[in-house]
Design a protein around this ligand. Structure first.
Ligand code: UD1
Ligand code: CA
Length: 464
């Protein structure tokens, strides 16, 4: 019976995102505020897609251009609500063209973490009107679920319209609601702006449906704290903590060691092998893949990178767009930029910056270097202070360093330039021409030793 209801009527999801979001005090629409690096609305769209609906409609206001630009995917239908006259008015704008039999699920764009299982239970409940409710310790700001003395759901009363008795209720409206489009059409047409906010309140549909003798239910959420919205920065920060808690729990369950879970931020998607160890203050962003036994030291930041099994990143290194293809050592204090590829046994030490640089097996750049647009073979030693001068003010040029080469400290390699295999560049050289394999290159002023003059000696002695 229940599943029949679902299969007979195609599901259409309406996401409300037209509110002004004034309480954020931002130049950006509220639903574009980031949660773990992604806009709030992105999470709601994910939830919607997971239900495989016939359509996803996003109700937008004047910020529509910004929203469409952030979500260019063709499966989204954009519906304009010209003025923010309230959530009831917004749903009206979202479902105007839907046939009466269509099933409508309303989600709020500022409520990103609603459990998918709650949405499924609501759709399966088969009531004429179902609302997802949440039991909160602190219900301030939310619409309250009002039940009669037999526990039957009678109305939602917004905080601003509530008296002390209703404000004491801790069961609140999460904003998630489902009913048939035909019923919504009728109820929404009957809404008035006779309330403290002077808006068309979607929540007034409950009393209207009840008055018609419809079956109206409020289904308590399985995870009330995941049903919270974000109206201001403090609530957004609270959601961020909540989401981080979920991700840390998942990482720990998957076998990752988080030395202090509260001090690790997983802002993107983390894939980790066995026995990965993550120290305090680590921030992971974008797509991060960590092989078995990878370790990330204190304060390490990793974005969009894949680190092979056994890679050790020492404290305060920043990795962005990095790939290691075998166990290697990075940091402390290394900055690895996009296009850095490190082979097994290689080492990039403190105050070394790399960009579009490949280090072959066992190659080392231990200290104070810049390696950009560089192809470095295996077994190469890059001395402290080596710089690839890859930029001539207009274009970037490549540097190639062959297997087994030794670059003396404080050398400047002026690209484009190639250093042959097994060659040796003397410390302090400025290399402007290719170095053939197996040769010694010296590109510096020659040291001259002369006897000290008589005067020099006297001055020195007086001063001493
Ligand atoms: C709303 C509910 C409240 C519930 C709470 C849950 C109403 C009247 N109140 O209150 O019962 O407890 O959410 O978080 O529904 N929006 C529009 N157009 C508008 C107004 C709002 O699209 O004209 C959108 C907003 O962008 C937002 C959502 O609707 O995504 C909710 O609006 P908001 O103003 O945040 O409602 P609350 O006061 O939080
Ligand atoms: Ca809200």
């Amino acid at each position: 019976m229940i599943s029949q209801t679902i299969s007979r009527d195609p599901l259409h999801i309406v996401i409300l995102a037209a509110g002004a979001g004034k309480r954020m005090r931002s130049n950006w629409p509220k639903v574009l505020q980031p949660l773990a690096g992604r806009p709030l609305l992105a999470y709601v769209i994910d939830r919607a897609r997971a239900l495989a609906p016939a359509s996803i409609r996003i109700v937008h206001g004047p910020a529509g251009v910004q929203l469409c630009a952030a979500f260019p995917e063709p499966d989204l239908i954009w519906c304009e609500q010209p003025e923010p006259h309230g959530t009831g008015d917004a749903v009206r704008a979202g479902i105007a063209d839907l046939p009466a039999a269509a099933r409508v699920l309303v989600l709020y764009g500022d409520t990103p973490l609603t459990p998918a299982t709650d949405l499924e239970s609501m759709l399966a409940a088969g009531a004429d009107l179902a609302v997802l409710s949440a039991e909160l310790d602190d219900a301030a700001g939310y619409g309250r679920i009002v039940r009669d003395d037999r526990g039957r759901f009678r109305a939602i009363v917004e905080e601003r319209d509530a008296d002390a008795e209703i404000r004491a209720i801790r069961e609140v409206n999460t904003g998630v609601m489902t009913a048939a489009a035909g019923d919504f059409h009728r109820w929404l047409a009957a809404l008035t702006r006779d309330n403290a906010q002077g808006e068309y309140l979607l929540t007034d549909c409950i009393a209207l449906a009840g008055g018609e003798g419809k079956q109206v239910i409020a289904l308590p959420s399985s995870a009330p704290l995941d049903c919270l919205g974000a109206n201001d920065r403090a609530e957004l920060a609270r959601l961020e903590r909540r989401l981080q808690q979920h991700r840390r729990t998942a990482a720990l369950a998957a076998g990752v060691t988080l030395i202090d879970p509260e001090r690790v931020e997983i802002r993107g998607r983390l894939e980790a092998g066995r026995d990965v160890v993550i120290d305090c203050g680590v921030i992971l962003e974008g797509e991060v893949r960590l092989g078995d036994e990878v370790s990330l030291g204190a304060g390490v930041i990793v974005r969009d990178s894949t680190l092979a099994a056994g890679t050790a990143v020492e404290p305060y290194s920043v990795l962005d767009g990095v790939q290691t293809t075998g166990p290697c050592r990075i940091g402390p204090f290394a900055r690895l930029r996009p296009g850095t590829v490190l082979a097994a046994g290689s080492r990039v030490g403190n105050f070394v910056e790399t960009k579009k640089a490949r280090l072959g097996e066992g190659s080392k750049a231990g200290h104070l270097s810049y390696l950009g647009d560089a192809e470095i073979g295996p077994g190469v030693n890059i001395g402290a202070g080596t710089i690839t001068c890859n930029y001539d003010g207009r274009n970037k040029h490549p540097t190639a360093i062959g297997a087994g080469a030794f670059i003396g400290s404080n050398s400047a390699l002026v690209a484009p330039v190639a250093i042959g295999a097994d060659s040796l560049v003397g410390a302090g050289s400025v290399i402007t021409e290719d170095v053939p394999a197996g040769s010694l290159a010296l590109g510096r002023g020659r040291q001259v030793n002369r006897p000290r003059r008589q005067n020099d000696k006297k001055t020195k002695q007086k001063g001493a």
